[in-house]
Design a protein around this ligand. Structure first.
Ligand code: GDP
Length: 446
């Protein structure tokens, strides 16, 4: 899971505070110190963290809160709000529309993941019914065209480039013209990421931009540089009209939080994050769902987005509706498992559901997790309808558990483990009761 460590530390700090019998200044201070430590460790700029602490203290004035106020909830909401504020940089300067030709130019340093991200971006939109095309205007790096060609071919996306032409501006213009004629609605221009001097790189970017008049310039950066992202984003912004940012390699770096907050501080909105080398390891970045997921509260809109990609619309509403009803039965758990096993890439979908990420589906152990889910389902196959449809765990007495274990050819201990998993999920889902299926980005139900 993206930033699992940071999210885990913050959720733990909030949990520890919740466990305290009385929430006083000391408990709040400890909780905020823990959160501060976690953010600083993720390389978030110290000043941003201090501002956040001050703001939370202002919102949560324990002395003024009359008895009866749910202090835990108020603190949690304040943390949520402040984290969102820290990562929010507003809307991108332009959002392409399906069916209307748009030119999107990608800029960034070599090695940041720019070429990979161009294809991911094209592939993401292609799956949603767009007609994307890729133009390789990187004539500086030997092999750049081959790489783009290879990626584009794999994803079945039309591409344009040249081995002979050395003028990136000419290639960009020719490619854009050609794909406009072919009625592509998302023409993506990949530019060079490296030159002998920085000034030459920026000059070339400016020339390509002037010649192709992109509707949107996307700056791609590697999250491993942490808060140094601030200076890098500023430098690019000053040279070309950066309208949006994509932060890559969020899968492997503890500094991801630092990078995201640093980019936001330059007022450049992040629109996607890269979470792996594969084409579909790419996620829409929306501040509220992202923070919600970071704190273990689930990411509904990301989940819905993934579901829309893998399950046709007309096949989904029933299960999803049930999930929001809060009456979480074993049958619902079974049905979720069933659907999710079919969905793949399984860990991505799972990680967006509250409670499903770290414990049930640790990254890198997908095979093991799938086997566990299948084992759970075999045990549930030995249950009666009454057991499956009851949301009262008390009906699962000793004789029922023994019968299920015998029926499934499993140990009693394993049935107990499955029921514990159910209880854990049911507890989380009970908090979601009444949740309206949010439209993208709408987390007001939380
Ligand atoms: P460019 O020089 O900026 O065009 O960078 P490339 O697209 O060639 O990517 C550089 C390296 O980063 C390649 O090995 C990519 O597979 C890898 N990469 C790109 N995006 C991601 C990501 O989100 N996660 C991980 N783990 N690797 C990535």
């Amino acid at each position: 899971m993206v930033l699992a460590q940071l999210g885990g530390s913050i959720s733990r700090a909030l949990q520890q505070m919740s466990n305290a019998t009385v929430i006083d200044e000391k408990v709040l201070k400890e909780c905020l110190n823990e959160i501060t430590r976690a953010l600083v460790q993720a390389d978030v700029q110290f000043k941003l963290v201090c501002d956040m602490q001050t703001n939370i203290k202002k919102i949560v004035n324990l002395e003024d809160l009359a008895a009866g106020h749910d202090k835990r909830k108020i603190i949690q909401q304040a943390v949520f709000k402040e984290l969102c504020k820290m990562l929010d940089a507003g809307k991108p300067s332009f959002t392409p529309k399906k069916g209307k030709p748009s030119v999107v130019m990608f800029v960034g340093l070599q090695g940041s993941g720019k070429t990979t991200t161009c294809t991911k971006y094209a592939y993401y939109h292609q799956k949603k019914g767009w007609k994307p095309a890729l133009v390789c205007a990187d004539t500086f790096r030997a092999g750049a065209f081959d790489q783009l060609k290879q990626n584009a071919t794999k994803a079945k996306i039309p591409f344009y480039g040249s081995y002979m032409e050395s003028d990136p501006v000419k290639i960009a213009v020719d490619g854009v013209e050609r794909f406009k004629k072919e009625k592509c609605d998302l023409i993506i221009v990949d530019t060079s990421g490296r030159h002998k001097q920085e000034a030459a790189l920026f000059e070339e970017m400016r020339q390509v931009s002037e010649a192709t008049k992109p509707d949107l310039v996307i700056f791609v950066m590697d999250s491993s540089i942490g808060q140094a992202a601030f200076d890098q984003a500023q430098a690019f912004k000053q040279s070309v009209a950066v309208g949006a940012v994509i932060v890559t390699k969020m899968d492997g770096h503890a500094k991801g939080g630092g990078a995201l907050s640093a980019v936001a501080a330059t007022k450049s909105p992040v629109i996607f994050i890269g979470t792996g080398e594969h084409m579909d390891e790419f996620e829409v970045f929306d501040v509220k769902p992202f923070v919600s997921r970071l704190l273990g509260m689930g990411d509904w809109s990301g989940f819905m987005d993934k579901i829309h990609e893998v399950v046709p619309m007309d096949q989904q509403p029933e299960l999803l509706q049930k999930l929001s009803e809060g009456n979480f039965t074993l049958r619902i758990m079974y049905e979720q498992f069933q659907k999710i096993l079919k969905m793949g890439p399984i860990s991505q979908v799972f990680s967006m559901l509250p409670g499903f990420s770290a414990e049930l589906m640790p990254k890198g152990r997908e095979k093991e997790s799938q086997a566990k889910i299948k084992r759970y389902m075999t045990m549930m196959d030995s249950m009666t309808n009454e057991e499956l449809d009851s949301s009262n765990p008390k009906i699962m007495n000793e004789s029922r558990i023994m019968r299920i274990a015998r029926g499934a050819g499993r140990q009693v201990r394993e049935v107990m483990e499955m029921l514990e998993e159910y209880k854990r999920l049911a507890k989380i889902w009970s908090k979601m009761k009444g949740l309206k299926f949010p439209k993208k980005g709408d987390m007001s139900a939380l």
